[in-house]
Design a protein around this ligand. Structure first.
Ligand code: CTP
Length: 401
């Protein structure tokens, strides 16, 4: 959930500030973009240089860092940039100043001018944390819809033992992850994903199939589930274990079974995603027994299979969102856009085997997404899990008014 999120990390003057470096790292590892603001006291616990080096961005702690150039530091811009302002560690002093609406340091001015939600991870000695003033301040912040990441219990820098240690960086990142998941536009949405190849029987043991591994579809089902959706995965034969967070998995063999299962569920879903590499044709009258060598026909007559994605497009009602895939062997942009229109999808994801590392069987993919309204999004070669996240982000942005 932290992928592509812009997190403004506020650091205040607590010994726990040393953990903020690890926190910045962990947020970035999960795909977030991180900028840092510090109070002047925080810079005595950890240097701005450390945070600037880790995040690759200048760290702000003063209104007038550019004073020799006659410039002031724009606290309003930072607040507008962020998706969330996370203050970790947040000292008792900073919590109290936030309640009072003080703006006498740069971090507090950013707090007053920011429009994004604010989350605090308090850190202080146990008695300071228990003090009625701190508890009232936390209550006041909660009533302003500021989320609190509760401190842990354990040994404190004072030598005492109790509740007040800032939550561990990994736990703060998890809390932020859940915070975004709870607010995800996909929360509670029902998503249907088709994945993998289909096998069309020639006889009891032989079939027509293709080289699809199902990896892209499984990664997408996992990414939608992670973003808060309830996911049904309809999968053709693959070697993969279905993602643990997907609520329902149905295994099918043929294009007809995939079609029947998908259409039976389609009415109730909000988003349908057809990643499956469905066989376009099947043998007419497959034999129920294994054909002996001398019984094999010279030619196999084929008939078309039903097109699941086209049926989604033809039957969708207002509010439903349909995503298709186009696997091409050439540059493919024209045919992808043609498929978008012909199958009445809202979005089509082009991947072409012309790009090295993209398409069937690989762990990576390189996609271009075309939206119905003409918007196009080009992405680099990435792991299929990252590509899935890009697709989910693009769907989320498209669903947001
Ligand atoms: N698709 C489907 N059912 C089919 C065939 C395709 O649901 N019987 C879906 C795929 O899951 C994919 C999209 O349609 O989302 C495009 O699939 P693709 O194989 O690229 O296109 P085709 O429709 O098969 O067209 P062509 O073979 O001419 O490229």
């Amino acid at each position: 959930m932290l992928h592509n999120r812009r997190i403004l990390l506020g650091i205040t003057g607590s010994i726990a500030a040393y953990k903020s470096a690890l926190l910045a790292r962990e947020l970035q590892r999960r795909g977030a973009e991180v900028r840092v603001v510090m109070t002047p006291v925080a810079t005595e616990f950890i240097t701005p240089l450390t945070l600037a080096t880790l995040t690759g961005h200048r760290v702000y702690s003063d209104f007038t860092e550019d004073k020799n150039k006659g410039l002031w530091t724009n606290h309003v811009e930072l607040g507008l940039w962020a998706d969330v302002f996370l203050i970790a560690p947040a000292t008792a002093q900073t919590l109290s100043s936030m309640v009072a609406g003080a703006g006498d340091n740069f971090l507090l001015a950013v707090h007053l001018s920011s429009r994004c939600p604010v989350i605090v991870a308090p850190a202080m000695d146990l008695d300071m944390f228990q003090h009625p003033a701190t508890q009232e301040n936390l209550g006041a912040l909660r009533s302003r819809e500021i989320s609190i990441i509760e401190p842990d219990s354990g040994p404190l820098a004072s030598g005492l033992d109790g509740k007040g240690r800032m939550a561990e960086p990994n736990d703060i990142a998890d809390a932020l992850d859940s915070w975004f998941a709870d607010r995800s536009p996909l929360q509670g949405k029902r998503v249907l994903v088709t994945a993998g190849p289909t096998h069309e029987p020639i006889d009891a043991v032989r079939f027509i199939g293709n080289r699809s591994s199902g990896k892209m579809g499984y990664a997408l089902a996992a990414a939608f589930a992670k973003a808060g959706a309830t996911v049904k995965l309809i999968t053709g034969p693959t070697q993969l274990t279905p993602p643990a967070n997907v609520q329902e998995v149905v295994h099918v063999q043929t294009a007809q079974e995939m079609f029947d299962e998908a259409i039976a569920s389609f009415e109730k879903v909000d988003i349908a995603v057809a990643t499956a590499a469905v066989a376009d044709a099947r043998p007419i009258n497959p034999s129920e027994n294994k054909l002996r060598k001398n019984e094999l026909p010279d030619a196999i007559s084929l008939e078309p299979t039903p097109d699941t994605l086209a049926a989604f497009g033809a039957n969708k009602h207002s509010g439903q969102f349909v995503v298709g895939f186009a696997l091409e062997t050439d540059e493919g942009r024209g045919s992808a856009q043609e498929k978008l229109k012909r199958k009445k999808a809202d979005m089509i994801v082009l991947n072409t085997t012309a790009d090295q590392g993209a398409g069937f069987g690989t762990d990576t993919n390189k996609v271009t997404i075309f939206e119905k309204d003409g918007k196009t999004h080009n992405f680099e070669l990435k792991s299929k899990a990252e590509v899935a996240q890009d697709i989910v982000d693009t769907v989320m942005n498209s669903l947001q008014p």
